[in-house]
Design a protein around this ligand. Structure first.
Ligand code: AMP
Length: 547
């Protein structure tokens, strides 16, 4: 498929608001694509490049992109930024700039989606000192051969933000429709494969191929997530529940095959090098090939440390041996997804737990199974007294559903009014903070969109503002006066006293007294609070709103 055709399809989808129509358009295209283009197309149309499990990262920030465009358009980088600010969108700006250039250039090659994928793979592969230079050359080459409409979508793909309303849900349904397979099996295969490109290929072969998917060591599986609830509610709905402490650390997935092991973070990034203590502990605790799910906590002087300490270690690249002595990282393992060649995610939790107990000596998170709410309540209070976050209640008969925040895992924690939100914009600071961002625009999510909810300007130390600045400075997409917009990616936790209705933000709500609590760079954008969640919280506030 020529990339021009892909861009035209994107243009058509951008102008389509109906879900069914979107699914229909995509499914018709999928049917006609050859096997080598099918996975590329399905990922591209969702604004992704590599499989979700893949550690490959493009590593192009908006700045590099602007430089590439500036070169191809024959103008200065600042002029590119001006056009972006005027159009409010990188894609449209690139389209406009390439259209001006097109009138003066005579020759460009036809790009196919495979060419683009190959070049993006080379960009991702470029590492080391000269990598920025190499990446820039490849970006320039791509844009030199791109027509204006291609440039629009190429730049959006590079920023992994295609904005044509095709999320995982639509893509899954389009695959099911195109190849007349069971949508439930498409979802199941996706949970295990963690790549809709591969799932599309399996779907083409039929239901049986989808049913037969297997998980494998060193291909990380998306983490199963929890919903908020109450002890009484969970027991009333399900009867006996498996109860475990809810540890206040960071999620990890441990993969072992033979004498090799790797550790992945909640965002499925490989963090093995940062956590040698976890590898050593778990390698010594099992002789089997396994994929384990658990939470790392940090212990110093026998006490759990705040979870930000764990996060810092996950991020750390150097000097690990030095800090290891002071702060010990301890794994608490609560699930097993794979054992000696067998995928276990279909089995009920109670079975998985038995297997886990059989293969792991030590580091098992203690668990009770009970329908006695008093007993569970006592465990909850013990958990809080010991410095943990609360309890996790899990339905004993439930399978492991990767990536799903369903009703089979219920988290019980004291009512704390905090939200995880995405940083989508900022204002430059003032006075001694003039060289960093001073206040931030935060968004929740609704369907596949980010919806502004509030600003936060308090709760930061100078060091934190500096750290956030360094995390965001290369994500600037546009700037107008003191206001900056970012390519979304960073998640923060904020506290608040109340949710109010407000005409100032698109969500229709705003936070009263928002304050920064911490970075949540272990979380990805699709894990932030939903607009429905905000509505629920607003409704729950009910009569006891602060004055
Ligand atoms: P939350 O981040 O508030 O949605 O809560 C879910 C998170 O709790 C999981 O992603 C884990 O990182 C963490 N967690 C701590 N203890 C457990 C446990 N026993 N079972 C499952 N998740 C746990």
């Amino acid at each position: 498929m020529d990339f021009t055709e892909f861009a035209q399809i994107c243009e058509q989808l951008e102008g389509t608001s109906g879900r069914l129509e979107t699914i229909d358009i995509i499914s018709r295209i999928l049917t006609g694509l050859p096997d080598d283009e099918l996975p590329i197309f399905i990922r591209f149309v969702m604004g992704r490049i590599f499989p979700d499990w893949s550690p490959k990262k493009l590593g192009i920030g908006p700045n590099l992109l602007y430089e590439g465009i500036a070169y191809v358009a024959g103008i200065r980088r600042d002029d590119v930024v001006q056009v972006i600010n005027r159009t409010g969108d990188v894609g449209r700006a690139v389209e406009e700039l390439l259209a001006q250039k097109e009138q003066t250039s005579f020759f460009s090659e036809n790009l196919t989606i495979t060419d683009v994928y190959r070049d993006l793979t080379s960009i991702a592969a470029s590492e080391g000192k000269k990598s920025q230079r190499e990446k820039l050359l490849l970006v320039r080459r791509l844009f030199t051969n791109a027509r204006p409409l291609e440039g629009k979508y190429l730049s959006r793909i590079m920023l992994e933000d295609l904005r044509i309303g095709v999320g995982e849900g639509n893509a899954r349904e389009a695959i099911a429709k195109a190849f007349a397979v069971d949508p439930v099996l498409v979802e199941y295969a996706f949970q295990a494969e963690n790549d809709l490109g591969k799932v599309a290929l399996l779907a083409r072969k039929g239901n049986n191929s989808l049913r037969d998917v297997r998980i494998e060591p060193f291909r990380p599986v998306r983490m199963m997530l929890a919903q908020q609830g109450t002890i009484n509610g969970a027991v009333a709905d399900n009867g006996a529940m498996a109860a475990e402490y809810k540890y206040d650390g960071s999620r990890f997935q441990f993969h072992k095959a033979g004498n090799r092991c790797k550790i992945y973070s909640r965002k499925l990034e490989e963090v093995t090098a940062a956590l040698p203590d976890i590898s050593e502990s778990l390698m010594a605790a099992t002789t089997h090939d396994v994929i384990l799910d658990g939470e790392v906590i940090a212990i110093s002087g026998g006490k759990p440390m705040p979870f930000q300490t764990v996060l810092r270690r996950f991020r750390r690249k150097h000097g690990i041996d030095l800090i290891r002595e002071e702060i010990r990282m301890v794994p608490n393992v609560f699930d097993i997804l794979y054992l000696d060649g067998k995928t276990l995610i279909d089995q009920p939790l109670s079975e998985r737990r038995k297997k886990l107990e059989g293969v792991l000596t030590g580091y098992l998170a203690p668990q009770i199974v009970s329908d006695d709410t008093d007993e569970i309540d006592r465990m909850y209070r013990d958990a809080l007294a010991a410095g943990h976050e609360g309890l996790m209640l899990k339905v004993p008969g439930s399978p492991y559903t990767p990536g799903v925040r369903g009703k089979n895992w219920i988290k019980i924690k004291p009512d704390v009014d905090t939200l995880d939100l995405a940083v989508i914009g900022a204002d430059w600071g003032e006075g001694k903070r003039a060289h960093v961002f001073g206040s931030f625009l935060l968004a929740c999510q609704d369907q596949d969109e980010l919806i502004p909810l509030s600003k936060v300007a308090t709760g930061f130390s100078d060091e934190q503002l500096q750290e956030i600045y360094s995390l965001l400075k290369d994500r600037v997409i546009s700037q107008q006066g003191k206001e900056v917009r970012f390519e979304p990616g960073l998640v923060v936790e904020v506290g608040y006293s109340e949710i109010q209705t407000s005409p100032n933000y698109e969500s229709g709500f705003a936070l009263r007294f928002p304050r920064f609590i911490g970075l949540r760079d272990d979380k990805s954008i699709d894990e932030i609070e939903t607009l429905d969640g905000i509505r629920e919280r607003y409704a729950r506030q009910g009569g006891n709103r602060s004055q």
